[in-house]
Write a new protein. Structure first.
Lengths: 349, 349
């Protein structure tokens, strides 16, 4: 274990834990005394049929999607009971940084999206007794989890909105993730994940942030110097102030756990590698929501999957923010995404 | 100086040197006893009006564009006298690896595209007495040099074909190049550019290759496993066998010199930063030739510049090879590019 205050409640806000006990992972290891973190908003009704599940993205936690939960917006806590579940490796659920030997730090086992979804399913059913979800939605790795939910538990998920993510990680994303993992590990003090100071590997996190800067926003964003309107003074000031600033507080092993999981995301494992069959299992009314200029998940890749989902529509969100459109630095992005979610929730299923 | 056999004639083939004497650089330093390397094909006619100049790309040398010079093709040595000039930092022209102290290795001064073009201009005029070039063409950094030639010497350049490159490096390319320079410097033995073994920084070159793999070919290339037809056995085998294999023999400082030059490429310095004015100086009949799926130089960026060139046309080359279309692993790419050059050379100017 290595204490990093980024994962404390002072930064993360109130964090609930759902204890999983001894939790066997897809890759073979058993996480003993494992837990998944979460936070909820709104009230579960008596029929227990007003729940929304909103998993989070790489490098994030339950707190990061909270601004989508607002009165008058799609995920309105006055109407819905919204669960923001964690994922393994996020620093507040079971993670390299908070796990005891033998699975501490660099020895933390590889985790798959299925593990997250199985843990979340136990949270939803055992803790809350919920048997149907009005909506599962999430961005990026949250979209991977959304797909896994809709494919693994088709009768539970009424509506699904995978945002800027894929059911099966593309080969291009695999090499992109490989490169960004290599950045993290390039820190001179990395020591196979057994560093002794929480922020001693900052050089690797800085390189990792730099590569995200290259792929994160679209070329037009940089050409038009769109960063100016957000208070940055130069391209590099934006890369440092936005990307490096985001990643520097985090634990390198935690990021690597999530990155490996993202890289190996493949919901077609449910159907022996047949992606069409996997997506064919989805019963949810589905809006596939890509971001027009996303370099991580180009339109073609998301549309390719959408076409294999029976009851689905493609809703492309235009923005210069590329993959990072979800964070809605441009307030109009928030509304565009929310409008799609609102429309989906209004559909009778 | 550090000997690296990659730059010997055994690898590079016959290399001619044009001595520049003491050569003052744009950034202030003077390279003493500097030279630019080159090779020629075909015969300069008596009128000295059948010359083509074909500068090369980042990490390359005169040898790499030679396969474009073939009987029956656009740059036909039976009709034209074709000069393949070097650039500073390529390892065969004056470079960190072959320069004596004080400007050896990590102390080699920063060089700009203007320096290359001024050196090449001296080669063309002083060595050969050439006053007009039927065509200047080049790929990537070769395109930067092509633009600089057409803007700096508008009366000399009859036709220009910048291929997959820009007159002014875009902000997105600047951060991409910054990231790839950081990869090279991340090698534990880099020692500010004063490594003692020529290949001791291979870890940095491997990371650099990995980032090139992410941006080099398009996502569709990976999705369709197009690498299979070129004898690679997996995505990673392609990244290693194609990109790492390409970069590993090279000198890290040499690459950094070229990278900095690319990053700071800006032909609008000819006109006090006014890009439209710079491009407006071009008298050459110009074909701007982007590659449809190029992530380094997206269509929009090249088209933006083309629209500012009076006598110009945009010729988009489709290929899954993205920026690397030029190397024509797919033989049909070679023909598509050559057809455009042929058409340009056939135009009376």
């Amino acid at each position: 274990m290595i204490h990093n205050q980024h994962y404390d409640e002072g930064v993360q806000g109130e964090t609930k834990k759902f204890n999983l006990g001894d939790f066997p992972l897809q890759q073979g290891a058993t996480l003993r005394g494992a837990w998944v973190s979460y936070r909820t908003h709104g009230t579960l009704n008596a029929a227990k049929d007003n729940a929304i599940l909103f998993p989070h993205m790489y490098s994030g936690s339950h707190k990061d999607m909270e601004f989508y939960l607002q009165s008058g917006w799609a995920c309105d806590p006055e109407n819905y009971f919204i669960i923001l579940p964690g994922q393994f490796g996020n620093g507040v659920s079971s993670s390299p940084s908070n796990t005891l030997p033998p699975y501490n730090m660099g020895a933390f086992p590889n985790v798959q999206i299925e593990d997250d979804v199985i843990a979340q399913h136990r949270l939803v059913t055992e803790e809350f007794g919920i048997t149907e979800l009005q909506l599962v939605t999430g961005w990026s790795m949250g979209a991977q989890q959304t797909y896994e939910w809709a494919i693994r538990f088709p009768d539970m998920v009424k509506r699904a909105a995978p945002i800027a993510g894929t059911a099966r990680c593309t080969p291009h994303d695999q090499i992109f993730i490989e490169a960004h993992m290599e950045q993290i590990k390039s820190a001179p003090n990395f020591n196979n994940g057994f560093y002794t100071e929480p922020h001693s590997c900052h050089v690797g996190l800085r390189r990792h942030a730099q590569v995200w800067g290259v792929m994160g926003c679209c070329t037009e964003f940089y050409k038009t110097e769109a960063w100016r309107q957000y208070g940055f003074s130069s391209t590099n000031d934006f890369v440092q102030g936005y990307y490096a600033n985001w990643f520097l507080p985090m634990d390198p092993n935690n990021l690597l756990t999530m990155a490996w999981k993202w890289q190996h995301g493949d919901s077609s494992r449910n159907t022996n590698g047949d992606l069409a069959a996997a997506l064919g299992r989805i019963k949810a009314k589905t809006f596939v929501i890509p971001f027009e200029q996303d370099m991580f998940f180009p339109l073609g890749d998301t549309e390719h999957e959408q076409q294999m989902i029976a009851n689905s529509e493609l809703r492309v969100i235009p923005s210069l923010w590329g993959h990072f459109t979800m964070l809605s630095m441009d307030q109009t992005d928030h509304k565009k995404i929310d409008d799609a979610l609102k429309e989906l929730l209004a559909i009778d299923v």
